[in-house]
Ligand binder design. Structure first.
Ligand code: NAI
Ligand code: A1CAB
Length: 269
């Protein structure tokens, strides 16, 4: 009979919850997920969706086929040293820690372990994540396929070379926060012009959502869509000119660059 995969999360934080929530919207049942963390602080939201929790990382590893390491990057070494003795050749270990390279992960786990490095982002929570993974030396295509099948409800799932993972971290892992900053600024602009704050924020979020969906679903280049919004001599081109004077494009490019470099730096520690 078909045996469902058992999924474990080490770390009960925002990203573990986002991925777990995305999975639950697919064909993963909560009874097949277990989460561990040292304190009970973040456990309630997992329990509310039927996921069982424990303080024992070893219990998660021993009871899982696929183990997501979802602790902060500086804790990965500590956690892997602790769980290494329980990791077998059958486990798939997936790290979501920013910057932590495959070679570091493989070094801390038993020889020939199946390791995958994944960079997700928070919109996995609403099944609109953008996820990029790269396989370690012993992770075969079939292991990548297992991961894809678990994550397909989290959003867009792509595979690429390891060098792209840090770039994706800047572009998308951190990129969502850049978009939130933009959304906040849009709303504040409207508040400055006299609109009530709650209405301004709700319109700003719908504007970001609508712009994003149209961009993705139309497949058009953003510059094309931008030109479709611009009436010659109209309002949009005046606003765009102001943004160019403020150096928005250069700032956003630099933000992706610095977040990517920071991920590389975290990896070299
Ligand atoms: N938050 C985000 O948007 C994204 C985060 N990530 C990565 O996900 C990882 C987790 O980040 P967040 O979820 O934001 O952090 P978080 O602070 O929300 O969660 C970390 C969790 O790890 C637990 N923890 C601490 N020490 C532990 C130990 N020894 N054993 C087991 N659990 C332990 C904490 O109790 C907490 O539940 C990081 O490595 C980060 O780089 C990746 C992409 C996006
Ligand atoms: O800020 C961070 O380091 C993590 C990685 C990507 C999003 N959050």
């Amino acid at each position: 009979m078909y045996k469902p995969l058992r999924i474990g999360f080490i770390g009960a934080g925002n990203m573990a919850f986002g991925i777990a929530k995305g999975m639950l919207s697919g064909n993963v049942l909560p009874v097949n997920i277990k989460v561990s963390a040292p304190s009970s602080r973040n456990m309630k939201r997992f329990q509310e969706v039927g996921i069982s929790v424990t303080h024992s990382n070893a219990e998660v590893v021993c009871g899982s086929d696929v183990v997501f390491v979802a602790v902060k990057p500086h804790l990965v070494r500590l956690v892997l040293s602790e769980i290494s003795q329980y990791v077998t050749k059958k486990h798939i270990v997936v790290s979501v820690a920013a910057g932590v390279t495959l070679s570091v992960l493989e070094e801390l786990l038993p020889e020939n372990s199946i390791v995958i490095r994944l960079m997700p982002n928070l919109p996995c929570l609403v099944q609109e994540g953008a996820l990029l993974f790269t396989r370690g030396a012993n992770a075969k295509q079939e292991h990548g396929d297992v991961l894809r099948s678990l994550l397909h409800c989290c959003g867009l799932v792509e595979e690429g070379p390891e060098a792209w993972i840090d770039i994706h971290t800047g572009l998308s892992g951190s990129g969502v926060a850049f978009v939130y900053l933009f959304a906040e600024a849009l709303a504040e602009g409207a508040v400055k012009m006299g609109m009530p704050s709650s209405l301004a924020h709700s319109i700003a979020s719908q504007t970001v959502l609508g712009a994003g969906r149209l961009l993705r679903d139309s497949g058009k280049h953003p510059a094309q869509l931008r030109s479709e919004v611009c009436t010659p001599g109209g309002t949009t081109i005046y606003g765009l000119h102001t943004l160019e004077q403020g150096g928005l494009r250069a700032s956003v490019m630099s933000a992706v660059e610095s977040a990517t470099e920071r991920a590389r730096e975290l990896g070299s520690k």
